[in-house]
Design a protein around this ligand. Structure first.
Ligand code: GLY
Ligand code: MN
Ligand code: MN
Length: 429
């Protein structure tokens, strides 16, 4: 792997936390992701299933984890099944985990080849009262293809129709939303690599440069530093493109006098950074750009102080709305009448700030986690207010990633320049 893997203790700890939440005589099964096809014999790069990764650290296709903690035969209580590697596979595809390596990565002693799976699984099923299986229950998932986990559910229902099947996803969301120190360390690494990319482009951007040339500069820095690349399709949006929230074409020329919005993050060891910054193409903000920038920055700083244990995301977003409303009044974008006439279900500020301020961040960019329960220490969130004024060709978003503590927070992006003077200085060196 090009990344420094977390210690196996992390995965041992994660499995223990999951087992503590399960009833007796339970079995739980997690499948890796498929390697997705493109066209002809082409494939996409492999991306591990995040739940399997969270519980094992195993970063390889065709892997299965079984936990069956009450099974009488001790050595079958925790099992990993992997694709058998041999000389032919080693020559054509490269190195795959040996059984010893898989044990050292995951802390799982019993590593079998997949050919043993059916026989062992049938024996475990015979003594399992309930079987927890994995589904993608992300609130915004829109999945058209059948995952390995989904196929496995069909397999189980066909061959073991009378078992009691249950959902593991809600428990995984709960666990994964609270990050262990080893996970925060990987995320800090993703943020630090993102910082290096941002600093690189500060001396690269000038009028006439193309958005995709900047994309290439980021990627160069990310890959050089051990990242596999972008955590998500990067947004490199100059001028009015910044007002298109999911702009990913990145094919325009950056013009003198325009702003340039980046929403770019590196991945590292399957963990993600999610940064937004906005800079002036020519290295100097205009008075108006600076006024809007300062307003967004004030909202972000206020948001840091609001995102505390005990508050729910809904309550937090209501507070942010009030702060944003007052900034938009000061900028002359809203007036008192707009506020007096507003429908509380669709407040006036939404005209210029139409997305949420914070989401969970981790192995997924929009990470799994509870949306309605109060925020807890150990959660990691983005804080990303923005103001988008299409009629002025101004779009500004500032996004940092913070870890919530009992009292206060850690900003994983504290070293990434955000003060407008600092950005101007760095661009004009
Ligand atoms: N980059 C996606 C987001 O900011 O949520
Ligand atoms: Mn983002
Ligand atoms: Mn985000």
């Amino acid at each position: 792997m090009r990344y420094q893997a977390a210690d196996a203790q992390l995965y041992i700890k994660n499995r223990k936390k999951l087992l503590e939440k399960l009833p007796e005589k339970t079995m739980v099964v997690f499948n890796s992701n498929d390697i997705m096809p493109t066209n002809a014999d082409g494939t996409m790069r492999f991306r591990q299933n995040n739940d399997l990764f969270y519980l094992t650290g195993i970063d390889q296709e065709e892997s299965i984890l079984i936990l069956c903690p009450d099974f009488p035969k001790k050595e079958w209580r925790e099992l990993l099944f992997l694709r058998k590697t041999d000389e032919h596979i080693a020559i054509w595809e490269g190195h795959k985990y040996t059984q010893e390596e898989a044990t050292s990565v995951s802390g799982i002693e019993q590593v079998h080849w997949l050919e043993d799976f059916d026989g062992i699984f049938a024996q475990l099923m015979a003594l399992s009262e309930q079987v927890y299986l994995n589904t993608n229950e992300h609130l915004r998932a829109a999945v058209q293809v059948e995952s390995r986990d989904a196929r496995f559910i069909q397999f189980c229902k066909k061959h073991f129709p009378l078992h009691n099947y249950r959902r593991i996803a809600p428990l995984m969301h709960e666990l994964r939303s609270l990050k262990e120190p080893e996970e925060i360390q990987q995320m800090q690494m993703a943020c630090d690599i993102t910082e290096k990319g941002f600093r690189r482009i500060l001396s690269f951007v000038k009028p006439g440069v193309k958005e995709y040339e900047i994309e290439a500069e980021y990627l160069h820095e990310f890959v050089r530093l051990g990242s596999r690349g972008f955590a998500y399709d990067p947004i490199i949006a100059s001028g009015a493109n910044a007002c298109v929230l999911h702009y990913i074409a990145n094919d325009q020329v950056c013009e003198d006098g325009d702003l340039l919005l980046f929403d770019v993050g590196a991945e590292y060891g399957n963990y993600n950074a999610d940064m937004s910054r906005t800079i002036p193409v020519n290295g100097r903000f205009t008075k108006r750009q600076r006024a809007v920038y300062d307003a967004v920055l004030r909202v972000q700083r206020a948001a840091f102080g609001l995102l505390k244990p005990g508050i729910t995301i809904q309550e937090y977003h209501l507070e942010i709305g009030k702060i944003m409303e007052s900034e938009l009044l000061s900028l002359g974008l809203l007036d008192k009448r707009d506020i007096a006439d507003q429908d509380p279900k669709s407040p006036a500020y939404r005209k210029y700030f139409m997305h949420g301020t914070s989401h969970h961040l981790g192995l997924d960019v929009h990470d799994v986690g509870t949306m309605y329960d109060p925020i807890q220490p150990g959660m990691v969130f983005t804080v990303e207010p923005g103001i988008y004024i299409r009629e002025e060709g101004i779009g500004i978003r500032l996004e940092n990633n913070i870890v919530i503590h009992e009292d206060g927070f850690t900003d994983l992006m504290a070293n990434i320049p955000i003060a407008p003077e600092e950005i101007e200085d760095l661009m004009n060196q």
